[in-house]
Write a protein that binds this ligand. Structure first.
Ligand code: FAD
Ligand code: DLZ
Length: 521
């Protein structure tokens, strides 16, 4: 009676539920497959990170005495699909059954369910216990709530885990210190991201990716992703000592050429299973208790993990597969080509966000939400184009976390499930939080002139387009009042500018005006 356990590229934890129930004689299957590597145009770094981390984890398991059947991408017998790899391995070894921890994406779980229904050998799918809230716990939270909100869920999680609690009270006397976390960065030294020299595995994988995925988006040159648990622990320690103290203050800041600021860069390590979210939160809390980091930073950081990360996962599993089809604002404008090539845009904020994305398979939250996300929202980009882009371009993008953030938080396409109002903003917000606008060819101060910042006229055009839908939302009352105050002729000009902008981008892939002097940098 020997069983086999399939371990996926984002299940690289020795305490994975499926590994926990294996007997010493049981085996493991890990497979690098074309179908997973190409179902969207994944950034080269995302593929290389996963393959390298998988190969390192294979070696950890083998060193512990486990039999691992490892299928490399270029193995001649590789069928290039996870389900057929299970069937091929079963055919060769006749295991008594299979165990899998639930995949993080609905499509793969559905494929496993289909396999289970079709084959004669047993396939057991276990819940992924690497999260704070089980599916059952999240269903209990949703039950009876018309309007679920992250803040309510987060407070319940604080109480249940005891994280940042002084008895029954929140540490520091408040649940949320967000109002302290909106400072513009005024300059000063920034701690560079921690990096490691490529070892043999990472070097080989990078060469493989460069060769086999040459047409995929992104560059492999600037790499700051841990590929082993040891590296991930170093990254955690570095974040806690060097970045966490100022994480809160500058959480929302945007700075040209400062691509990571005080952010942790820990999302890939948690998603892949190199770090547990609990140990990350415990390390942050310890820094607060020992006086090494202030409460606004630590609370803000823990809320992202204990609150948002868990909340989006809960919504994903509660509402899929229907969730993916939502398009509450009927957005259908094709995603501009400059999302794939920053040289095609003159908007400095977008140029910076796309460059960061291409160079690092990373952008920090405010770049994702208030630059690329905001532009896609106010210009009405097609939801499926945008969700596919976000899933492809970030090293930390797995659908359970990417989809609610994109479709729900950024695009407000889920009828207000993720947020009570759209995160729409004009260039004014970006100017307030960044230094982008100073070096931009567009004028952030203008709304209805040819050189006006496109975020300005697209913003008013967006509000005018959806005025009726938003008029039922009390949180939109103030901005609609401002819209109503706008002089009719001005609004007409604004809307014409928005239309001309979109026509130009659609025709040329770029926002550059034909008579603009000077090159797009
Ligand atoms: P930090 O700023 O250091 O935050 C700490 C941790 O908190 C992160 O590592 C992450 O695990 C968690 N976190 C923070 N915000 C969120 C959030 N909104 N939802 C879930 N977890 C959060 N995050 C992903 O991990 N994968 C994605 O594919 C993804 N797509 C996004 C798409 C859009 C449109 C938006 C607005 C946000 C998206 N996020 C996504 C959330 C967030 O931007 C990233 O988690 C964060 O930028 C990762 O960088 P970091 O590790 O330096 O995070
Ligand atoms: C993202 C990814 C990639 C690029 N390649 C593989 C792979 O070859 N083999 C594998 O097991 N997993 C891979 N993954 C991660 C899966 O896509 C991920 O496990 C599912 O999307 C579920 O979250």
């Amino acid at each position: 009676m020997t069983r086999c356990c399939l371990i996926l590229g984002d299940q690289l934890s020795t305490d994975l539920s499926a590994l926990q129930i294996l007997e010493p004689q049981d085996a493991v299957l890990m497979a690098e497959v074309w179908s997973e590597a190409t179902y969207v145009n994944h950034h080269k770094q995302k593929i290389a990170l996963i393959f390298s981390a998988m190969r390192h984890f294979r070696d950890v398991l083998r060193r512990s005495g486990r039999t691992v059947h490892y299928v490399a991408l270029d193995d001649t017998d590789n069928t290039q699909d996870l389900i057929t790899e299970i069937e091929r391995t079963q055919h060769a070894h006749q295991f008594s059954g299979w165990v899998v921890t639930e995949p993080g994406e609905w499509r793969l779980k559905a494929a496993l369910e289909a396999l289970r229904a079709r084959v004669s050998f047993p396939v057991e799918v276990l819940e992924d216990s690497r999260f704070f809230a089980s599916h059952e716990r999240f269903a209990a939270f949703l039950s009876g709530r018309k309007q679920p909100r992250m803040e309510h869920f987060y407070r319940a999680m604080r109480k249940e885990t005891g994280l940042l609690m002084d008895g029954s009270e929140p540490a520091g006397g408040q649940w949320n210190f967000d109002h302290d976390n909106r400072k513009k960065f005024s300059g000063g030294a920034l701690p560079a991201p921690l990096t490691w020299p490529n070892d043999l595995i990472t070097s080989e994988v990078k060469s493989l990716v460069e060769l086999r995925f040459a047409d995929h988006f992104g560059s492999l040159d600037h790499w700051f992703w841990p590929v082993t648990r040891d590296q991930a622990l170093q990254a955690l320690e570095y974040f806690i000592s060097e970045r966490l103290p100022l994480f809160g203050d500058f959480q929302d800041a945007l700075v040209a050429e400062q691509d990571t600021l005080f952010h942790s860069l820990l999302s890939t390590s948690m998603h892949l299973g190199l770090l547990s979210p609990l140990e990350v939160c415990v390390a942050a809390e310890k820094a607060y208790r020992e006086g090494q980091a202030p409460i606004n930073a630590v609370e803000g950081f823990i809320r992202q993990i204990l609150g948002w990360r868990e909340y989006v996962r809960g919504l994903y599993w509660a509402y899929m597969p229907e969730y993916k089809k939502r398009n509450g604002l009927n957005a259908d404008w094709p995603l501009p080509a400059f999302y794939w090539d920053e040289k095609l845009t003159d908007m400095r904020c977008l140029k910076e966000a796309v460059r960061n994305t291409r160079e690092h398979a990373y952008a920090h939250h405010i770049q994702r939400l208030m630059v690329t996300g905001n532009f896609a929202l106010i210009s009405g980009c097609r939801v499926s184009d945008v969700t596919e882009w976000y899933l492809a371009v970030y090293a930390d993008a797995f659908e359970w976390v990417e989809l609610p953030n994109t479709l729900g938080m950024a695009l407000f396409a889920d009828d207000g499930l993720m947020g009570s109002k759209p995160y729409c903003a004009s260039g004014k917000y970006i100017d307030r939080m960044s230094n982008y606008c100073k070096g931009c060819v567009y004028s952030v101060k203008s709304v209805d002139t040819a050189d006006a910042c496109p975020m300005n006229y697209l913003y008013w055009d967006f509000l005018a387009t959806h005025r009726d839908v938003f008029s039922n939302n009390p949180r939109m009352a103030m901005v609609l009042k401002n819209l109503d105050r706008m002089d009719a002729e001005k609004l007409t000009r604004v809307r014409q500018l928005a239309e001309a902008f979109k026509a130009r981008v659609e025709a040329t892939g770029s926002d550059r005006q034909p008579d603009t002097q000077g090159p797009l940098l």
